[in-house]
Design a protein around this ligand. Structure first.
Ligand code: CAA
Length: 261
């Protein structure tokens, strides 16, 4: 939109079907102030409502993805206010997206920046990216998933080490630990993320949304419940045109034409 102050939004890819959100507050290393996160939230609403968009990419401008919540904005807050306003609750928009979201982490992803990346479905990282939860150094603790999502992704010992010391890890370590799916030279990060987005966007939007939701349940529930949900969602793909088209195209040895229905 024309009124965005802290982020930019563009359509990318050959079919212009990739929504690219760039956190654009480079002088503050894209620190996530309230107004910035509000813009991210509203832009996510727009991109999810836009039928031409099949995948969303989140990246940062300059040398950071995001250096965390805005410390200057938080410095003088008190308990009553953060509690009563449920501070950071509105950060969750990306975690509840129906469309696939790819984080292209170009530099520092610290504190809320790391947490924001973990709300995305897939993380690609530049060779220069750094991840960390440094809140402990500020006398606070992670407040947007850093103690929960990180632990489920990298396990207890590594999560504890990161959260209790505030240490930064490299992109290479993050990949080895399963936080990141691919490490990419800086100048290729965005093109590679767009290519990934295009690959996903070329498939049935309906099947992609269902697959994403099913994988998401693995982070929300027990194995038995998750398997039950998966099975029912699998069965429900048999109510879609795209499932019939996909299998028919395979048998006919031709490319499928999905209608997202
Ligand atoms: N909030 C507000 N401003 C920030 C910021 C943040 N999180 N991170 C960086 N900045 C600002 C700096 O204050 C500085 O501004 P000025 O030029 O006005 O002084 C500017 O960005 C550049 O930063 P540096 O000079 O520090 O850059 P550097 O290259 O020397 O260091 C860095 C880079 C290691 C990332 C360092 O900036 C840093 O440690 N930043 C803070 C990281 C952090 O603690 N993040 C956690 C925040 S708490 C949180 O996120 C809570 C949560 O769970 C949601």
């Amino acid at each position: 939109g024309p009124n965005l102050q802290y982020i930019t939004v563009e359509k990318k890819g050959e079919q212009q079907n990739i929504g690219l959100i760039t956190l654009n507050r480079p002088k503050a290393l894209n620190a996530l102030c309230n107004a910035l996160m509000k813009e991210v939230s509203e832009t996510m609403d727009d991109l999810e409502a836009d039928d031409s968009i099949g995948a969303i990419i989140l990246t940062g401008s300059g040398k950071a993805f995001a250096a965390g919540a805005d410390i200057k904005e938080m410095k003088d807050q008190n308990f009553a206010h953060v509690f009563r306003s449920n501070f950071l609750a509105h950060w969750d928009r990306i975690a509840y997206a129906c469309k696939p979201v790819i984080a292209a982490v170009n530099g520092y992803a610290l504190g809320g920046g790391c947490e924001l990346a973990m709300m995305c479905d897939i993380i690609y990282a530049s060779e220069t990216a750094k991840f960390g939860q440094p809140e402990i150094i500020l006398g606070t603790i992670p407040g947007a998933g850093g103690t929960q999502r990180l632990t489920r992704i990298v396990g207890k010992s590594k999560a504890m080490e990161m959260v209790l010391t505030g240490m930064q890890i490299t992109a290479e370590e993050a990949e080895k630990w399963g936080l990141v799916s691919k490490v990419i030279p800086p100048d290729q990060l965005l093109p590679e993320a767009i290519k990934l987005g295009e690959k996903i966007a070329s498939l049935s939007k309906l099947s992609v949304a269902m697959a994403k939701e099913a994988v998401g349940h693995a982070y929300e529930t027990t194995l038995q419940e998750g398997l039950k949900i998966e099975k029912r969602m699998f069965h429900s793909t048999f109510a879609t045109d795209d499932r019939r088209e996909g299998m028919t195209a395979f048998v006919d040895k031709r490319a499928p034409k999905f209608t997202d229905s």
